[in-house]
Design a protein around this ligand. Structure first.
Ligand SMILES: Cc1cc2nc3c(=O)[nH]c(=O)nc-3n(C[C@H](O)[C@H](O)[C@H](O)COP(=O)(O)OP(=O)(O)OC[C@H]3O[C@@H](n4cnc5c(N)ncnc54)[C@H](O)[C@@H]3O)c2cc1C
Length: 388
């Protein structure tokens, strides 16, 4: 009789029945539908993104924390737990859901016109239309205020020139939320991807997040009507609000990846016999497992605490940074340590651990790098902004 790592912390007692049921449904979908294929998707760097979007839409997880327009209107905590269960399978699959719901849909839901919401949100919630979010550029990542993509007014129209880099779902998207400089500061635009001048190509040779589409977008004189601008977003606070939503999902998601690594390593250590007994019976192995369970449990507690704060409308961006920095950093450390328990078997795709570790390198970087979150927390604690 053994206890699972998160059972040790009685995590379930902190989760209401409805959120627990949602998490269980997503966990079953992950195990039955995603896990059997995910190693192949990762190896071939080819995922059936559109098909999966429709299935995830039917499951109700796309934009699930948003109200109205075909969205489920779940709690932030339930959304976080769904991210946890998806990332327990693969960070790339959680990324698909995060980008659709927390970046593309959230931008339209929070800052869009009624017409934009009616046009896109119901189809995006159902997974019939896919969205992407274009902020990062080839020369501009952590400092989005320096972006070069420009939108110029021409009569009533807007004309966009520039490029966006590292864009999740870019080449499978029907709509791109694109951020660009205007004479009035940074503004967001809702760009149907069949607009002339818009092209996207999938980036190759990724060694991380291979079960996810990552693309470069080119905007070469993309002409849009005035109604394509997001009316409610002015300046960088618009995209930063969206990133804050997506980071919140990562706080939970990283726990899922770490939990999966630890459960895999514990099971392996129980089956693997060395020097005449199970690897799990050696004190060094137990020290590793015990220490890792503390980090995974603490990360889950932190995620749930932040979930409650968000549900109460009290969470601050610096608190989200605390969760993202801690949970992703600890998840990577757990993945690497778990890999050692599997020895050579740990480097194969037969087990999920090195896939998680590789994926978490991307998770450490996107939605604000770990250094940027250190600087956000540093500013909060000292009052000094070190990144400017
Ligand atoms: C798989 C993947 C998917 C992505 N998906 C999207 C997406 O859908 N949409 C989107 O817009 N972007 C996306 N990104 C881009 C991601 O958000 C950026 O990579 C990230 O913001 C970092 O930017 P950069 O890579 O240009 O690194 P840089 O900003 O060039 O940073 C390089 C290094 O400098 C450090 N650094 C930066 N500022 C400071 C400072 N002030 N002091 C000290 N060190 C500093 C960074 O922490 C990092 O270590 C994705 C990235 C990846 C890898």
């Amino acid at each position: 009789m053994t206890t699972a790592p998160l059972e040790l912390f009685a995590i379930d007692t902190l989760v209401d029945e409805e959120s627990r049921a949602i998490a269980e449904t997503v966990r079953r979908f992950g195990e039955d539908r995603l896990r059997p294929d995910v190693a192949d998707w990762f190896e071939s760097a080819d995922i059936p993104a559109r098909e999966l979007a429709r299935e995830l839409g039917a499951l109700g997880v796309l934009g699930m924390h948003l109200e109205g327009y075909g969205c489920t209107g779940s709690s932030a905590t339930a959304y976080g737990l769904a991210c946890l269960e998806l990332e327990a399978v693969d960070s790339g699959l959680r990324s698909l859901v995060s980008v659709q719901g927390s970046l593309a849909m959230f931008a339209i839901w929070r800052f869009g016109s009624e017409e934009q919401k009616q046009e896109w949100l119901p189809r995006m919630a159902a997974g019939e239309a896919s969205g992407c979010f274009g902020l990062t550029e080839p020369d501009v990542g952590s400092d989005p205020g320096a972006m070069r993509t420009r939108a110029k007014q021409d009569g009533d129209d807007w004309v966009l020139h520039g490029s966006k880099m590292w864009i999740t779902n870019g080449s499978v998207a029907d709509v791109a939320v694109v951020w660009a400089q205007t004479d009035d500061g940074v503004r967001g635009f809702v760009v149907p991807t069949d607009t002339p001048g818009f092209t996207a190509h999938t980036l190759k040779q990724k060694l991380s997040l291979r079960a996810s589409v990552t693309s470069e977008l080119a905007l070469d004189g993309v002409r849009l009507p005035a109604s394509a601008m997001l009316p409610g977003a002015r300046g960088l606070s618009g995209p930063l609000a969206c990133l804050n939503e997506a980071r919140f999902g990562i706080v939970f998601g990283a726990v899922g990846a770490a939990r999966d690594c630890l459960e895999t390593a514990i099971a392996y250590a129980g089956d693997r016999h060395l020097f005449g007994r199970p690897l799990s019976g050696f004190q060094l192995t137990q020290a590793k497992i015990a220490d890792m369970s503390l980090e995974v449990g603490k990360a889950a507690l932190l995620a749930l605490h932040l979930g409650r704060l968000k549900d109460a409308g009290q969470i601050t961006p610096a608190q989200v940074s605390v969760g993202k920095l801690n949970n992703v950093r600890e998840a990577i450390a757990v993945a690497r340590e778990c890999r050692t328990i599997l020895g050579a078997a740990g480097i194969t795709g037969e087990y999920p651990i090195l896939r998680h570790a590789n994926n978490l390198e991307s998770v450490l970087t996107y939605e604000g790098t770990s250094e940027v979150h250190q600087l956000v927390i540093g500013k909060e604690l000292t009052g000094e902004a070190a990144f400017r």
